[in-house]
Write a protein that binds this ligand. Structure first.
Ligand code: ADP
Ligand code: MG
Length: 140
C-alpha cells in the first residue's frame, strides 16, 4: 500500500481535557507519523467552511459552534494507507459504536464531541490538508 497523508484534527473536547499527547501516542503507536501540527482557534466562518459538506445536516450549527468554541490541534499524519489507518485508530463516529482501544472509545464524550476528525478519502485528505497547511509547512 502507498504512503499517504491525511488531515487530523484534535477537537475542542480533547484539547480542553489536555488529551493531545495521549491522542498523539495512539497515532504513533499505529505507525502514523505526525509530519505537521499546529494549535489554532477556528472562527465560526472557518469551521463552517471546513464542514460545508455537512451544511444540510441538522447538527451543522451545533458542530460549527463546538469546533469554534476552544482551540483545536490540526495535524498531517503520514504512513502506509494513512487515510484508512487513521479512521481505524479513531473508531466509529459515535463512541458507543467505537471498537475498544480506539481514540473515540477511550476519549470521546458524545457523537458530536468525539475528540478527533480524520479525512475520509484521498480527495478530501488533499483538500483538507491544503485548507490548513502550506507546502512550506510540510517537510515530511
Ligand atoms: P466522522 O467525523 O466520523 O467522519 P461525519 O463526517 O459523519 O463523521 O460527521 C462529522 C462530525 O459531525 C462528527 O465527527 C461529529 O462531530 C458530528 N456529528 C456527526 N453525527 C452527529 C449527530 N448525529 N449529532 C451531532 N453531531 C454529529
Ligand atoms: Mg467525516
Amino acid at each position: 500500500m502507498a504512503i499517504e497523508r491525511t488531515l487530523s484534527i484534535i477537537k475542542p473536547d480533547a484539547t480542553r481535557r489536555n488529551l493531545t499527547g495521549k491522542i498523539n501516542a495512539k497515532f504513533e503507536e499505529a505507525g502514523l507519523r505526525i509530519v505537521a501540527q499546529k494549535r489554532i482557534k477556528l472562527s465560526m466562518e472557518q469551521a463552517g467552511k471546513f464542514y460545508e459538506v455537512h451544511k444540510e445536516r441538522p447538527f451543522y450549527g451545533e458542530l460549527c459552534e463546538f469546533m469554534a468554541s476552544e482551540p483545536v490541534v490540526v495535524q498531517v499524519l503520514e504512513g502506509e494507507g494513512a487515510i484508512l489507518k487513521n479512521r481505524e485508530v479513531m473508531g466509529a463516529t459515535n463512541p458507543a459504536d467505537a471498537a475498544p482501544g480506539t481514540i473515540r472509545a477511550e476519549f470521546a464524550e458524545s457523537v458530536g464531541e468525539n475528540s478527533v476528525h480524520g479525512s475520509d478519502a484521498p480527495e478530501t485528505a488533499a483538500q483538507e490538508i491544503a485548507y490548513f497547511f502550506s507546502g512550506l509547512e510540510l517537510v515530511g
